[in-house]
Design a protein around this ligand. Structure first.
Ligand code: SF4
Length: 328
């Protein structure tokens, strides 16, 4: 009840722009649209999120904290989707291309820019229309949605004068598992076909094998099946990373484990405990497997290898991240 009151105060009871079963689309007047980010996960990045919340509702989604900022319960992350309808005007007004050169503009770091809302509200498309008019930027779009195919012509225009790529996020080919883990995302087949359409149209695209989930998607067979499928559908690259779980994501992910994989639940509490990451040894082992698979399928394109999460903090200091309980 307290949370509902705080929410009402904060956004002054906005009228939904649209409603459907279990989901409300609400307006959000953003003050800024480009956010600087310099974590070890995304060094030197500027993030841009056309929506707040994400209807795909992945159990492991780290971005659930964005709803907690609004005093909303984590369950509302996939049910109350905030639409930044004025984002294109703000971008047009504030875009400083010179300042952005040398940085990485990441579209969709805390929401999926091609989630169902995009089919109606077109915020992502309108933002990309602006990027099609500038040059010299490094821009990525990350998505789990086959809707991304809609904008292939626009991507080609953006890519004419910018270093542009589409990351398709895919962690397994097991449709049943993905339905439970990522309830409303596109099927693995649809994502792979989108990848194929993109690359055949000359748009640089690859697979983000993230997050690799201990005990669920980290088997040699699963990893190889995804990398093999990526290669077969024209991926230019594959990047893998192990699951990290900040507090807001732990709540939903542990609910998922209790429901769908109760035998893993106790082990996860041991592995992650109060930390957000698994130990370095486990991460190194998994990343080394991914690297070997990339070699095998000719997907090593010279991009920097991904380090385990907590190797260095922003000041360059090493974290201690010992391996003490990884038995899955
Ligand atoms: S698609 Fe991405 S932003 Fe959306 S719920 Fe899943 S992990 Fe979160």
């Amino acid at each position: 009840m307290q949370q509902a009151l705080l929410f009402d105060d904060l956004v002054a009871r906005p009228e939904p722009l649209r409603e459907k079963k279990d989901v409300q689309y609400l307006p959000l007047v953003a003050k800024t649209i480009l956010n600087s980010c310099n974590t070890c996960r995304m060094p030197n990045a500027v993030t841009l999120n056309p929506y707040r919340g994400c209807e795909f509702g992945c159990a492991y989604c780290y971005a659930r904290y964005t709803h907690e900022f609004m005093e909303l319960p984590w369950e509302h992350f996939e049910r109350r989707i905030f639409i930044k309808n004025t984002a294109p005007e703000i971008l047009l007004r504030t875009l400083d291309v010179k300042k952005l050169r040398g940085k990485h503009v990441a579209i969709g770091s805390a929401t999926d820019p091609y989630q169902p809302a995009e089919a109606r509200f077109l915020v992502t498309r309108r933002l990309l229309e602006i990027f099609a008019q500038v040059r010299g930027l490094t821009i990525t779009v990350t998505t789990k949605s086959a809707l991304v195919k809609r904008d292939i012509d626009l991507f080609r225009r953006v890519a004419e004068q910018n270093d542009f790529r589409i990351n398709i996020s895919l962690i397994s080919l097991n449709t049943q598992l993905l339905r439970a883990l990522e309830p409303k995302s596109s099927t693995p087949e649809a994502r792979l076909l989108a990848l194929k359409s993109l690359t055949e149209a000359g748009v640089r695209a690859g697979i983000l094998l993230m997050p690799i989930i201990p005990g669920l998607t980290d088997s040699d067979r699963t990893l190889e099946s995804v990398v093999r499928a990526a290669a077969a559908h024209g991926a230019g690259y594959v990047h893998g990373r192990v699951l990290f779980l900040r507090d807001s994501a732990k709540k939903s992910f542990y609910e998922f484990l209790k429901r769908s994989a109760p035998d893993l639940y106790a082990r996860y509490s041991r592995i992650y405990g109060r930390r957000a990451y698994t130990c370095d040894e486990y991460q190194r082992e998994i990343l080394s497997k991914v690297k070997k698979l990339k070699d095998k399928y000719n997907l090593n394109n010279g991009d920097a290898e991904v380090e385990p999460y907590e190797m260095v903090d922003q000041t360059g200091n090493l974290f201690e991240n010992r391996c003490d309980a990884i038995e899955l």
